[in-house]
Design a binder for this molecule. Sequence first.
Ligand code: BG6
Length: 493
Amino acid sequence: MTTNNPKAVIVIFGATGDLANRKLYPSIYRLYRNGKLSDNFAVIGVARRPWTNDVFRDKVKESIDNFDDPHIDKDEFASHFHYNPFDIQDLEHYQELETLIKELDGKHETEGNRLFYFSMAPNFFGTLAANLKSEGLTTTEGWTRLVIEKPFGHDYQSAKELNDQIREAFTEDQIYRIDHYLGKEMVQNIEVIRFANALFEPLWNNQYISNIQITSSEILGVEERGRYYDSAGSLKDMVQNHILQMLALIAMDPPIKLTPEEIRSEKVKVLRALRDLDEKEVDDYFVRGQYDKGNVNGEELPAYRKGNGVDPESNTDTFVAGKLMIDNFRWAGVPFYIRTGKRMKRKSTEIVVEFKDLPMNLYYDKEHETKSNLLVIHVQPHEGITLHVNAKKGDYNASSTPITLSYDNNSEDKMNTPEAYEILLHDCMRGDSTNFTHWDEVALSWKYVDVIANAWSQKKADFPNYTSGSNGPEEADLLLNKDGFEWWDVTPE
Ligand code: BG6
């Protein structure tokens, strides 16, 4: 059952951390400012540091500085925030937390609803979940939900262990696993574009589509996250979650209803239909890369191996490109190319659907530039869609030239699109799990990715193999060239 202005006590574990500061407090503020949160809410920040309510409230106010709205009384907003110093191992602290939750529940009339947000290292998740349950914090008159952040394990086995621990205390429908890409406006738009237009769906199959390309590139390197990243790499950091989620949305069949269960069931079918790779075949389908030093926007930047917390001999991938096949009736024979990397030429996430050429194109002429029809979904930083078609050139000949029809999401709304975290928090409080990843999806994604990671771990790569500020290693181009395709460069300037 969903309600629009949810009431709840939100308990954030890891309240002094970077994510809470950069994303969660601003998102709660924006929900409050936009009238999406009733006045009946309280936030309890939980962490080890011995902060007071005042210190915590000052931090929260600092974190929302950039979103200042003169119509909102910041002190009034911050008065909903309370701080609770906490030691995860100490059961007495759970009792104190329970008392505080009950007190705030009464004061803000939140009807016993509790949202626990684990914004901390996953090795604490199991203990925390178990203690919350044993100390009675998961039993309440209202609803109890748990939001958890990635990384959700580092392979299938560890993800399963983590899941089993959490499931001891929470049922699957109480667990909201965040994949922040699912909160992005244009990722949510994939389903609408596909299923609300008569134009695309009839063509959305192997008869009319030649290939699909999903690229998510970043300019930033691993910055201060070297220690985590060096044990993960781009395959686990980006492909296992964000890229496979976008692929599932692009490839799924229309759900029979727009319920979380029906949508998930279609996404799961796509992940189940991914063609399993044999470890020996991995090099034919996947390319890995690691950035070397290079010039990015006029600045000389060091190689990945020189980064803080990174092994100077590191074999970790900061780039991955792959060709995935979906063995079902709709997609048999259509390659899905994916690509993601750090320290690349530009920051952009885009999905390109390339349609097959006409069997006979009267206007095809090498001198002129008839191009394949493309549908491009611009996820970020530009948000919108572009349709690439061919039309008559404005001259005396009946020749054709490529033109584009564009829709710009930002200029249409004339307002900021909501932040991914803002949407996801709101969804969770309303009890809508559509844009969160179910365990079945996590499990299938890890199983697919594990084969590639295992094959790579057995063979040292010839790293570094791409220059910072480039489009990644040359092998990523060859992956498509050998099938007769190339990566489309469609980012609007
Ligand atoms: C995170 C990864 O999940 O996504 C980061 O851990 C990555 O390494 C980030 O930088 C990219 O997110 P966005 O929204 O900037 O594309």
